[in-house]
Design a protein around this ligand. Structure first.
Ligand SMILES: *Cc1c(COP(=O)(O)O)cnc(C)c1O
Length: 860
């Protein structure tokens, strides 16, 4: 830890040492039990918490020493299973302080499946039952309204806390006898009320006393049953069902939220007394006592859990769950210590986040809670907020989340499956959501601000093994990027991508230093020797991004973002020999003839996705070629060539004849030009960067990082973590890593030392690198450049993503230059570096060719 953190840690411990850390054991627990958290700041425990190592030791031992069969059989291994499953059911009831004769456990896949099961078996009275749910419900609870609707419910209502106080009075209560005098048959009307014990969005907790308040109005003829969603609440707190009459009828939860492992296992804990009124609908597997196949007759098992667990239960994971219970008890002794621990941390986090102000005194966080986070009866360990800039504008959740990811901090972001809370906290009403959807806004896309309102928020959520260091790393990150200590607004606008009409120093001595071709999309660039002049086509440099690698499984073009190892593949075009020569470490060079199109021998056409567009490509079906790439990358892929390239040379006037090429420059990059064709390059035909700007980034990287390294040769965070990370997790060259598409955001906050943070210009994947007697970022202001008789128009600054963080020599991901650029080249959440260009043939001389070592002239 840096000294800085030690101070703040001391400050924290002064107030919270009684509650925090399991009597000083936390650091040991973290080190021994959670190696997967090394070098990572994991703050998304509401998404899922993580598992302790020891659970696998005991689980593996159990599975290898005992044989477990299908519990529906009767043989000894089946009986083994039944016995263990019964033990786990008992553990669950004990954990919820429920009496075995009052409650039963029905295993489900997760909390959502348990809710769905309630909907299926609930005794809906056609045309009479009502369904009410709290506004702060997860959408899994909202989904129950479709069951209510199907049974023609006259009353489906979302209620707020305030509504509750008035709604459940004698006058308004739907369960009131007088209201239902027309109910002449003897049927009791069953109504359902559902709410979360803890809101998954904000961490707000709702009182269990509601249950008795609601039930007070139950009559002989009309009753409310209560479904409590305990999925979020149970992860860090104990729920007691000992007082049966004032406890929920149904409790649902997912076990991964408590233990991290196993996943795919949840439960419905249900009052046994309901057995007689529930409606068994679908059936299958072991839920039957007897069945006739040729007439509609069957008898279901009497026992509640056996009756409703259709098919074979997830018996090995249930056994694993038993081990998770034991491991937790072993590690943390008592669940109440976990509650204390996380309460101390969330309170500290709240105090700090609330205190942050910009230079103008405006507070940075809009906090989505009315509590002060000191009382865990009303607030769980979840901090939901939106950050605001000094000028009052909002920081979109995607922007914040991406920056956190690059810094090795894992947080929750988005609407978080809770539309009621989006309305409550962000005033995004249902009507607006409908309107936004019609305008193209989809759940989970990157539009984090839509029509001026946020479409999601940021959620920090804590778990049993969260440490004060995790919190301090988060706070440090947040302060660095989102608290504006000085008024830099004017400064930023001027130096950043905003192009002005300032006079350009045309006497400056600027040259085109390098000309770089990327024959295969996402692979290494090839610097064209200055002695060679290179043809320009309507889509960029000849052969630029003409080839790509296509995943055999998905049909998608492979990208360096998922497969960093692609950068170790070096393609080179030798025009006089008509060869594309491809090399990679440890591989024999691969030769492809430039004038041989795959369709001229054996070929097939396929349609592939590049940046969301479909492109037509010919696939090389030669086994040799396929093997070469597949072996090197460790992913099944084939080389393909864009289908339209044959006619593209010098055919500026022939844009219509594009032979299947349907990629065009995105209109938002252009003012007037449109429908200009693109090769497989990402956004425009040419990308220009300035070496001076690259140098400036490096200077900034050293500036920003050296401050932390005075007493710490390894960088700003935990020294011990770094070696581990670099020996293990962070080695993105590993084949297994490549295969893991999920891994794409697995960046880490650690690095070897700051010298290694230096970047080379290759990471920006420019076609033209210019240098000379100019200031950094002067290119932001240019409008047109002329090089060796060829005129290019600058159309827009290039928006950067995390792909710049892949070191093109080692293929490792780091946090730079993204993190540093985010500090000084970020405008309204977008990070800019380099300029997109198009070629203007009408202002250029024939032949359309270019080469490096030529002077760059600036035009107006
Ligand atoms: C997580 C969560 C759910 C959904 O749980 P699944 O495991 O995805 O089924 C429902 N409600 C709340 C309050 C939750 O936190």
């Amino acid at each position: 830890m840096t000294k800085n953190f030690e101070l703040e840690k001391t400050e924290f411990l002064r107030e919270f040492s009684n509650q925090y850390g399991y009597n000083g054991k936390i650091d040991k627990i973290r080190e021994n039990e959670y190696p997967q958290l090394k070098g990572i700041t994991y703050l998304d425990h509401s998404g899922s918490t993580t598992y302790p190592k020891s659970v696998f030791t005991s689980f593996t031992k159990d599975l290898t020493n005992n044989l477990y069969g299908n519990p529906h059989s009767r043989n000894p291994s089946a009986q083994n299973t039944s016995q263990r499953v019964d033990q786990v059911r008992a553990k669950i009831l004990k954990h919820f302080n429920a009496k075995p004769d009052e409650y039963q456990v029905i295993f489900t896949q997760n909390a959502t499946a348990a809710i769905k099961l309630v909907g299926e078996i609930f005794p809906w009275n056609i045309g009479k039952s009502s369904y009410r749910y709290l506004r702060e419900s997860h959408n899994s609870l909202i989904g129950l309204r479709n069951f209510a609707k199907e049974s023609n419910s006259p009353d489906i209502q979302v209620v707020t806390e305030d509504d509750l106080n008035t709604l459940f009075t004698y006058e308004n209560n739907v369960g009131n006898d007088d209201d239902n005098n027309d109910n002449n048959d003897d049927d009791v009307i069953y109504n359902l009320f559902a709410y979360p014990a803890q809101c998954n969005f904000s961490g707000e907790r709702f009182p269990l006393s509601w249950i008795s308040q609601i039930k007070k109005f139950n009559t002989e003829k009309s009753k409310f049953l209560v479904l409590l969603d305990s999925a979020a609440y149970s992860s860090t707190s104990l729920l007691s069902l000992i007082d049966k009459d004032n406890s929920p009828d149904f409790v649902v939860l997912s076990f991964y939220k408590i233990f991290g492992f196993p996943t795919g296992l949840g439960a419905l804990i249900i009052k046994s007394e309901l057995n007689s009124i529930l409606k068994k609908r679908y059936f299958g597997g072991g839920t039957l006592d007897a069945i006739a196949y040729d007439k509609i007759w069957q008898e279901f098992k009497k026992d509640l859990s056996l009756r409703y667990e259709d098919g074979t239960i997830n018996f090995l994971d249930i056994i694993a769950l038993g081990h998770s219970f034991n491991a937790m008890e072993e590690i943390y002794t008592d669940f109440k210590f976990i509650t204390n621990h996380v309460t101390s941390l969330i309170r500290f986090l709240y105090i700090k986040m609330k205190s942050y102000q910009h230079w103008n005194g405006k507070s940075v966080c809009i906090i989505h809670s009315n509590n002060d986070f000191s009382n865990n009866k009303i607030q769980g360990p979840v901090f939901n907020f939106i950050a605001r800039r000094a000028d009052g504008s909002l920081v979109g959740y995607a922007e914040l989340e991406k920056l956190a990811s690059v810094n090795g901090i894992h947080i929750g972001a988005g609407p978080l499956c809770n539309p009621g809370c989006m309305d409550k906290w962000v005033n995004l009403s249902g009507d607006e959501i409908v309107k936004n959807f019609k305008a193209g806004k989809l759940c989970g896309d990157d539009n984090d601000i839509f029509n001026g309102k946020p479409t999601g928020t940021i959620r920090i959520s804590l778990g049993a093994m969260t440490t004060i260091e995790d919190i301090l790393i988060w706070l440090d990150f947040f302060k660095t990027y989102f608290v504006e200590t000085i008024n830099v607004a004017n400064n930023v606008e001027a130096t950043n991508n905003i192009r002005t009409t300032e006079i350009i120093n045309n006497n400056s001595d600027i040259t085109l230093e390098r000309l770089i071709l990327y024959p295969i999309k996402s692979c290494h660039g090839f610097t064209i020797p200055s002695s060679i002049s290179w043809p320009i086509t309507n889509k960029g440099l000849l052969y630029d991004r003409e080839w790509m690698l296509i995943s055999i499984e998905t049909g998608r073009a492979l990208s360096q973002k998922l497969y960093p190892k692609m950068t170790l593949i070096h393609p080179k075009v030798i025009r006089e020999k008509e060869l594309l020569i491809i090399t990679a470490p440890g591989k024999e060079p691969l030769q492809i003839h430039l004038n041989e199109y795959p369709n001229e021998f054996e070929s097939l056409t396929c349609s592939s996705q590049v940046c969301g567009d479909n492109v037509e490509a010919f696939v090389y079906i030669s086994e040799h070629v396929t093997q070469w790439f597949t072996e090197f990358l460790g992913v099944n892929c084939r080389l393909a060539r864009q289908s339209s390239t044959k006619s593209s040379l010098n055919n500026h006037n022939n844009n219509n004849n594009n032979n299947g090429n349907n990629r065009f420059i995105k209109p938002d990059l252009l003012n007037s030009e449109s429908n200009l064709p693109l090769s497989l390059s990402n956004e425009s035909p040419f990308l220009l960067i300035s070496q001076k700007s690259v140098d400036h980034v490096n200077q900034k990287i050293l500036e920003y990082n050296s401050g932390d390294t005075n007493n710490n040769e390894n960088g700003r965070y935990n020294i011990n973590d770094i070696n581990n990370v670099n020996n293990g997790n962070n080695n993105n060259c590993k084949t297994e890593e490549m295969k893991n598409e999920e891994n794409k955001n697995n960046f880490t906050s650690s690095y070897e030392n700051w010298e290694n943070l230096k970047i080379v210009e290759d990471c920006f994947r420019a076609n033209l690198v210019i240098n000379g007697n100019i200031q950094e970022y002067e290119e932001d202001k240019w409008k047109m450049v002329k090089i060796r008789g060829q005129t290019f128009k600058i159309i827009s600054p290039c928006k950067r993503c995390q792909m710049v963080c892949i070191n093109t020599e080692t293929c490792k991901k780091t946090k730079e230059p993204y993190s540093t650029l985010a500090k000084y080249r970020r405008v309204k959440g977008k990070i800019y570096f380099g300029q997109h260009m198009i070629h203007l043939p009408e202002l250029s001389s024939l032949p359309y060719e270019i080469s490096s070592n030529y002077k760059v002239e600036l035009l107006d």
